[in-house]
Design a protein around this ligand. Structure first.
Ligand code: ADP
Length: 264
């Protein structure tokens, strides 16, 4: 574990837009959506950072094939790791700092909150168009810590990820309430694993009920950003740390996110 470096509170000054990615529970594809949104932003020419504060399961390094990289320090703080040759996508993950991946899970609240604070203050991002923050699942003290530490930088808002089923949708309802209470704007809801894309014929079948996310968005009066199908090619690409599969739906979602951010 890196020693404390104190608060370099200027490290987020050069970041134009901050987006939080939230989900009601684990396994709904929050990290996948974080990664896909970020890759799409990079393809549009933006300079993007991903901050992976998912203490329960920091999976971004594996998804972007930078797992096990060493973190270096400069006078301003930790230096993020580049995930692409053009140095347009930089990553900082709690996973880089854990010798044992299970460590963070057993941390008690104050240690988690101190780590989150250090993570938000002490990473030297330099200039970024977008910082996308992958948060832990649910709404907890950790989320409050995250919000408190970024509030002064006027985060653009949160993207909420759900799967189509009712239980997950109910979890997101709590996320919307959390955003309202903490005054974080909801950029919109993404319904992930919405239908299954057949690897042979590419036909999309709705194996679960569909439209829960859209219905919830309407009910809660927040924007609906779109749905991403369950695609085995995407699962494999994420597992292999490859970045070559991006469902078309992601680019449509990102168009909505950028137009939201540019108008807010
Ligand atoms: P979370 O961050 O919510 O815990 P992950 O993003 O780690 O969830 O996703 C859980 C698993 O589901 C991963 O193996 C990931 O590759 C897979 N997955 C997520 N979304 C999709 C999708 N749309 N199509 C195929 N696989 C997906």
């Amino acid at each position: 574990m890196a020693a404390s470096m104190g608060n370099n509170s200027d490290n987020l000054r050069g970041v134009k837009h901050i987006i939080l990615v939230l989900s009601g529970k684990g396994g709904v594809g929050k990290s996948t959506v974080t990664t896909q949104i970020s890759l799409s932003l990079v393809s549009l020419g933006y300079k993007v950072g991903i901050l992976d504060v998912d203490l329960c399961g920091p999976s971004i390094p594996k998804m972007l094939n930078v797992d096990g990289k060493d973190i270096h320090q400069c006078p301003q703080g930790w230096l993020p790791v580049y995930a692409d040759n053009n140095q347009r996508l930089s990553i900082m993950s709690i996973g880089f700092l854990l010798h044992n991946k299970d460590d963070a899970v057993v941390w008690r609240g104050p240690k988690k909150n101190a780590m989150i604070k250090q993570f938000l203050c002490d990473v030297h991002w330099d200039e970024l168009d977008y910082l996308v923050i992958d948060t832990p699942p649910g709404t907890s003290d950790e989320h409050i810590s995250i919000v408190e530490n970024i509030r002064q930088y006027n985060p653009d808002g949160a993207v909420l990820v759900t799967t189509p089923q009712g239980v997950s949708v109910n979890d997101v309802r709590r996320e919307v309430t959390f955003c309202k209470k903490t005054k974080i704007p909801v950029i919109g809801i993404v319904e992930n694993m919405s239908g299954f894309v057949c690897p042979t014929c590419q036909e999309c079948t709705n194996i679960f009920s569909k439209g829960g996310g859209e219905a919830l968005a309407k009910q809660m009066e927040v924007p609906y950003l779109g749905s991403i199908p369950l695609d085995p090619l995407l699962t494999k690409s994420m597992e292999d740390g490859a970045t070559d599969v991006r469902p078309q739906a992601v680019d449509v979602i990102v168009q909505k996110i950028t137009s939201y951010c540019n108008s807010s």
